[in-house]
Design a protein around this ligand. Structure first.
Ligand SMILES: [Zn+2]
Length: 288
């Protein structure tokens, strides 16, 4: 009797254990299902994240490839009209050298930007200003000519344009050792260079002309550098811009904001060089 009872007890204990095990298995199965359902519903989100990271990898690869490409290509790619591809702004400064030239050079150096200067013969002849003309070319800037006299009557009415520009270009060569061909006509090529004959003479002399796409009118706002910035912003409409400025104090003061504006808008800063010339003149003469 005793053994029978203990047998029954043992059987009950075994049965209870079995049921506990079954409960554990069922609970485990339920947890597993919940886990799987959760995973299934969150899958699209994870896929998006994965796609995004792939895109980022692609972008990195593309960026790396373009860095390699730009290292291989000797010159900047050009459009059919000879202009560089992408957004490029050329800062140009007329009427120097002046006592401010070194400050312009300091600022440009600080910003790691090269610019194009058009200097006037009468100023180039001042011995104390010549050191900064040389410095400009040594620091990668282009120095072109802006005539000897800056006198409209002499240049355009009396036909001194070519002789004055040639004289100015040789002065630059004497000072810097460079051999520039580019000039900026005082007051622009229109109407001064309207005559076909004078333009033929310019071509014969191997001289190139650059006007501008943006007139900053910096000379007109002596005490208001911000107005120069506004004038330039308003006229910025295309990928390639050439800005007419002068070596004046208000321009120097406006320059950091002008540079910041173009950096923000994704422009590179171009500097003229004779090998990559493209025509830019108000006479629309493609030979110049
Ligand atoms: Zn000028």
């Amino acid at each position: 009797m005793k053994t029978l009872r203990s047998d029954i007890k043992k059987r009950r204990v075994r049965k209870a254990r079995k049921e506990r095990r079954r409960l554990v298995v069922i609970l485990a199965a339920i947890f597993l299902m919940i886990f799987l359902i959760g995973k299934l519903t969150s899958a699209p989100e994870e896929e998006v994240v994965a796609k995004e990271s792939i895109n980022q990898e692609d972008a990195t690869v593309v960026a790396e490839e373009s860095i390699i490409q730009s290292a291989i290509q000797p010159a900047k790619q050009k459009r059919p009209d000879g202009k560089p591809t992408g957004k490029v702004v050329y800062l140009t400064f007329d009427d120097g050298p002046t006592t401010l030239t070194d400050e312009f050079l300091d600022l440009l150096k600080e910003q790691d930007i090269q610019a194009t200067f058009f200097m006037q013969g009468i100023n180039l002849q001042k011995i104390d200003l010549q050191e900064n003309v040389k410095r400009a070319t040594e620091e990668g800037h282009y120095v072109g000519a802006h005539s000897m006299t800056h006198n409209s009557k002499k240049l355009y009415d009396n036909g001194q344009f070519v002789s004055e520009m040639s004289e100015t270009l040789s002065l630059i060569q004497d000072i810097t050792g460079t051999n520039p061909k580019l000039v900026r006509p005082p007051y622009g090529s229109a109407p001064g260079l309207k005559s076909q004959q004078i333009r033929n003479e310019i071509i014969k002399a191997g001289i190139k002309i650059w006007d501008w796409t943006i007139d900053s009118k910096d000379w007109a706002v002596k005490d208001n550098p911000n107005q120069i910035v506004e004038n330039i912003k308003k006229q910025t409409t295309t990928d390639i811009e050439v800005i007419l400025m002068h070596e004046q104090l208000q321009t120097l003061q406006a320059l950091p904001k002008i540079i910041a504006f173009y950096k923000k808008n994704g422009y590179e800063f171009g500097v003229y060089n004779d090998a990559d010339h493209f025509y830019l003149n108000f006479q629309n003469d493609t030979r110049l």
